[in-house]
Design a binder for this molecule. Structure first.
Ligand code: SD4
Length: 332
């Protein structure tokens, strides 16, 4: 992760309003004497959770080649779903405790159309199936066998999602069988991707969920409002981390609503994180939630409960990895 930019170190060099967040500026709250804001209006902006630079670049190239924001995001996320080195998404994902890899995903466009799949087995590209649910069914979310059968009806084929590494990880876990999600695992986790292209905002999210979860467990990633929310009049937000937190607080929805009320993306994420972190205060601090957001003008931001959350940002073809500020200073 050579070109990670740590926002705190930039803050030492520049006034906060210039570095919020790091390379892109949202000066919504700087009154009167503010310098001219640097705006991303009119640019193609792609953001994804974790160090997903390759996925960002594919999505950006796709937009450059004339695809709309939704299809570009599907292209970026599909790459990660096929990457068996990424053990938190798609093929190669860590299984549940019964040995099944089960996938969750959703997608949403600027008009408020949405689709998702959850607890889906045997299909490599849940993000593509989510898009099909959005555009080719009257529903928003298909689960389990229904989702797999729908995927097959749309031309997907069955794939064995469990790799040797995934099976070995389960065997190792069984020795103690302790369910203890690890914050920031591999810096390469669930992919949530949001973007704006041709003035249209969109987003998608895809995961194999928390490793060694109970069979049937579904996280935030396929749930509109929890793992992802998009509104063409306000912006987009997506989440990563311990899904139960986002599900109980509808964090992605909350961030978009804060932006609608005038908060910058960073401030909106900070406030949604605070809502969650205030409830954690006093108890063990080992539950991560990372949020990234984009407003309708292309300004971006991120914030997390615990340190160590990074996200990839591509603006007009240039990609960087930023580390978000966090509510707590350390993981306990
Ligand atoms: C879940 N939010 O299933 C996902 C997991 C995740 O980084 O994001 N891991 O709860």
């Amino acid at each position: 992760m050579s070109n990670t930019i740590k926002r705190r170190s930039l803050l030492k060099l520049f006034p906060a309003y210039i570095v919020a967040p790091a390379i892109i500026v949202s000066t919504a709250k700087v009154a009167g004497c503010a310098p001219a804001p640097i705006s991303n209006a009119g640019k193609t902006v792609i953001l994804s959770t974790w160090n997903n630079q390759k996925a960002n670049n594919l999505a950006a190239a796709s937009a450059q080649n004339g695809k709309n924001i939704i299809d570009s995001i599907v292209e970026g996320i599909s790459h990660v779903e096929s990457d068996i080195e990424d053990m938190s998404v798609g093929k190669g994902g860590r299984p549940d405790r019964e040995g099944d890899v089960t996938l969750d995903s959703c997608i949403m466009d600027h008009e408020g159309n949405a689709g998702g799949v959850c607890f889906m087995k045997d299909i490599e590209h849940p993000i593509q199936v989510a898009r099909d649910v959005m555009y080719h069914t009257p529903h928003v979310l298909l689960a389990g066998e229904g989702a797999t059968n729908f995927a097959l009806s749309r031309g997907h084929t069955k794939t064995n999602l469990l790799t040797e590494a995934g099976a070995k990880a389960l065997e190792a876990w069984k020795v103690e069988s302790k369910y203890k999600p690890i914050p920031n695992i591999e810096q390469h986790d669930t992919i949530g991707m949001i973007g704006i292209h041709d003035g249209k905002v969109g987003g998608g999210c895809s995961t194999s969920g928390l490793a060694f979860k109970m069979q049937g467990r579904v996280g935030d990633s396929p749930i509109i409002g929890a793992g992802l929310f998009v509104d063409g009049d306000a912006g987009a937000c997506t989440a990563t981390g311990m899904g139960e937190i986002m599900m109980k607080n509808l964090s992605s929805f909350l961030v978009v609503e804060y932006m609608r009320s005038g908060d910058s993306p960073t401030e909106a994420c900070r406030k949604a994180v605070k809502r969650v972190a205030d409830k954690i205060k006093g108890s063990k601090k080992d539950q991560q939630m990372g949020l990234i957001a984009l407003d309708k003008d292309g300004n971006i931001g991120g914030y997390s409960v615990l340190p160590g959350f990074v996200y990839a940002v591509t603006i007009d073809g240039k990609t960087d990895v930023l580390e978000a500020d966090s509510y707590f200073d350390k993981i306990e």
